[in-house]
Design a protein around this ligand. Sequence first.
Ligand SMILES: Cc1cc2nc3c(=O)[nH]c(=O)nc-3n(C[C@H](O)[C@H](O)[C@H](O)COP(=O)(O)OP(=O)(O)OC[C@H]3O[C@@H](n4cnc5c(N)ncnc54)[C@H](O)[C@@H]3O)c2cc1C
Length: 449
Amino acid sequence: MKKKKSAIIIGAGLAGSLWAVYLSKAGYKVTIYERRSDIRLAEISAGKSINLALSSRGWKALETVSVDKEIRKIAIPMYGRVMHDLEGGLTYQPYGKEGEAIYSVSRGGVNARMMDIAESCGEVKILYNHECVGAETEKGIVYLKKKKSNQTFSDQADVIFAADGAFSAVRYNAFQKLDRFNFSQRFIEDGYREILLPARKDGGYQLDKNSLHIWPRGRFMMIALPNEDGSFTCTLFMPYDGGLNSFNNLKTKNSVEEFFKITFPDFYEIMPNIADEWENHPLSSLGIMRSYPWHNGKVALLGDAAHATVPFYGQGMNASFEDCTVLHELMLRHNENWVKVFEDYTKYRKADGDALQDLSLHNYYEMRDFVSDPMFLLQKKIEAKFSKLHPDKWTPLYSMVTFSHIKYSDAYNKGMLQDKIMKEVMDSVDNIESNWDSQEVIEKILDRI
Ligand SMILES: Cc1cc2nc3c(=O)[nH]c(=O)nc-3n(C[C@H](O)[C@H](O)[C@H](O)COP(=O)(O)OP(=O)(O)OC[C@H]3O[C@@H](n4cnc5c(N)ncnc54)[C@H](O)[C@@H]3O)c2cc1C
């Protein structure tokens, strides 16, 4: 009898568990080694974002292997963003065209459902408390340590995927030892801390459930995404150091209370015991890891292990899921010749990983600084009007990234060009604040594209 094709995946996180479904449906015997214990049995680890925004690229990857229906059951649509100003005033901006939404999903919920599906759809075995400590990429061997006994052993497969996240052990212990492997790591000056805004006593939501909420405050900001139980996970992004509004300046309960009272007054009103909640959640760092190439021998890097980014476009998981779409398409195209699949994967996808990281930083500045800038809001208004009039000529950058499957690198290049055009047009029209709605503006944009 012909031996079954075998695959090893390191990491049963978001990318690893979805990719296991793909491989098992393609007839592979899959073994996943996961460092943590089974999240379906344990509380989800504190400190990681407990909800995430899922958008079109992620949905497409889930649909291909029919996982989407299960995830839709736990997904909350967010049709736009609500900006909260210092006086508690609200401004609403839809995300896309009518009906278009991004979806708030629980990280643990998505992960657990995908593990269930992976285990039920073929020969997938997930071994928890198994930490990968090294790999021999050419031979397709991984080295593992059982966390409870410290016993070490090795395993081998036809093909191996390192989906072990931003601090990938496979990347660090194997790829980074290779000649001509490029790697860079950049932590931004800001960290994040999560705060859980509870549901109302009657179980209802304290803020509009179908929006992503933002409190932009110049050099820092807070966002909130809804959870299924009526609560919101709020995330404060702020510099570690530097002046009054920095994490290192908020060391006492009093300083935390004062900070929220002054900076987020409408939130402070509805948030009980902010100082206690603050202490319950750790401060975490944010970084961008770039690597190249994304494969060597029988091993490929997948998801954050290849292209970890800062979370400001809400695309890290979506991009990791899109890696599965791309690998699957290449797998079919090359009839599972993994040498060719991996070569094309790195070649095709690397530019998109880089572009996503650039886009994420760009959106960080946009959310942090610009969404409270009237000229920025005006620019978005003109773009929205123009794209409604000429949808075949102009798709806003946010929509290209979030609601389309255009390569991230193409979206980035088009978006930067659009920004340049808008700035030129706005500079060239007298009194643009009153004339933004004029035919002159439309014609000037048409002239430039
Ligand atoms: C604050 C924050 C907010 C975010 N918001 C969004 C969002 O709204 N939308 C979005 O699309 N993305 C978002 N992201 C990004 C998203 O979380 C990641 O891109 C995504 O989790 C990547 O999936 P992954 O499977 O590659 O890595 P992970 O989900 O990190 O999974 C890696 C897995 O590997 C395991 N592992 C690690 N080391 C080893 C080892 N040595 N041996 C065995 N197993 C190991 C880990 O335990 C884990 O289970 C956010 C990230 C952060 C930090």
